[in-house]
Design a binder for this molecule. Structure first.
Ligand SMILES: C[S@@+](CC[C@H](N)C(=O)[O-])C[C@H]1O[C@@H](n2cnc3c(N)ncnc32)[C@H](O)[C@@H]1O
Length: 315
């Protein structure tokens, strides 16, 4: 395709579905979906691409990858350009048509875009995958969908999942699933009386659920182990300097539970429940000191003071 054809095709897509909103990538011939400089999620793409390359023990080109809620398709197209076979699911036509257009311009026949609700994910419908990308979608689901969705992700995953998500910094509300309690908070996606058309136009939001759930860091870790992942890691490098405090990238590996050769006393199902950071737990417990003791303390040489403190407060 020559430059004019790409530009005309892009213009037609933008007139119909609006401009690209976050996935800024090259369509060839020095034409970008958004801008020639960094303007969207390029730094997040670098992180995700590095994780996949570092963790998969095969060349990326040999992988079968699932991209959930793919938006405008940048992750799918990156991995397809690296030779992987990619299946992408996205709920909104306006997003998926941009992704399809880019794949066509770049002559990629190894990526398929399906317009569907990610809650319909199943092995029967989509097959199984070496790598699952679960980026920016978990926090758009409500309870209990978010829990059953992660079970479905586990079922279709053969090796590992990359999760990029918002978390709740405090345990404000509890949610029950399969007899267990998880903590987080409820977030508004669409105010009451929002019409179906208005919801469709909010290109980054949940499809239909008016609220969604952000889990806390400990609860998300617990949920990942409860659905069956054998180890979970948090990514810090490659860095994302602009990432907010309440956003994390997790790598969850579907391995096999190892038996310890040296410590059979540790039961196979040994698990320590993660501690939630309830606000009152954060207050430092300082033993109160009466004024008389304080004056005596000031007069004592500090070595003797240290010794007394150790005896009295067992520190
Ligand atoms: C914040 S964007 C993130 C997209 C992309 N994965 C990324 O990380 O850049 C959320 C995307 O999820 C899509 N989405 C939300 N709920 C969905 C659902 N139930 N099924 C399919 N797509 C959904 C939205 O249309 C939007 O494209």
């Amino acid at each position: 395709m020559n430059e004019a054809e790409i530009l005309n095709g892009k213009k037609a897509i933008e007139e119909r579905y609006g401009p690209w909103t976050a996935h800024n990538f090259s369509l060839g011939k020095d034409i970008f979906t958004m801008k020639t400089e960094v303007a969207g999620d390029e730094v997040k793409l670098r992180r995700v691409a590095q994780i996949v390359s570092d963790v998969s023990n095969r060349p990326v080109g040999d992988l079968h990858i699932l991209d959930l809620a793919c938006l405008e398709g940048m992750y799918s197209i990156e991995f397809a350009q690296q030779g992987a076979r990619v299946c992408a699911i996205e709920g909104r036509k306006a997003n998926i048509e941009k992704a399809r257009f880019a794949a066509q311009i770049l002559s990629l026949s190894n990526v398929d875009f399906y317009q569907d609700d990610v809650r319909n994910l199943s092995e029967e419908k989509y097959g199984s995958f070496d790598v699952v990308l679960c980026l920016g979608i978990l926090y758009h689901l409500n309870a209990p969908d978010l829990f059953s969705f992660l079970e479905k992700v586990f079922n279709v995953c053969r090796s590992f999942v990359v999760i990029d998500t918002h978390i709740s910094l405090y345990p404000e509300e509890s949610f029950q699933y399969n007899g267990r309690l998880y903590w987080g908070k409820t977030v508004l996606e669409h105010p009451p009386n929002t019409t179906v058309e208005e919801k469709q136009k909010k290109l980054w939001a949940s499809l239909d659920n008016p609220t969604s759930v952000y889990l806390t860091h400990p609860s998300l870790c617990c949920l990942l182990t409860h659905v069956g992942f054998t180890s979970v890691y948090e990514c810090h490098i490659p860095e994302e300097p602009e990432k907010p405090e309440n956003r994390v990238t997790f790598l969850a590996i579907k391995g096999k539970n190892e038996n310890l050769a040296t410590c059979p006393q540790l039961q196979k199902n040994y698990a320590r429940e993660f501690k939630e950071a309830f606000p009152q737990d954060n207050r430092k417990k300082v033993p109160s000191v009466r004024p008389g003791w304080r004056i005596l303390g000031m007069l004592l040489p500090h070595r003797l003071k240290d010794l007394l403190k150790r005896i009295l407060f067992s520190v």
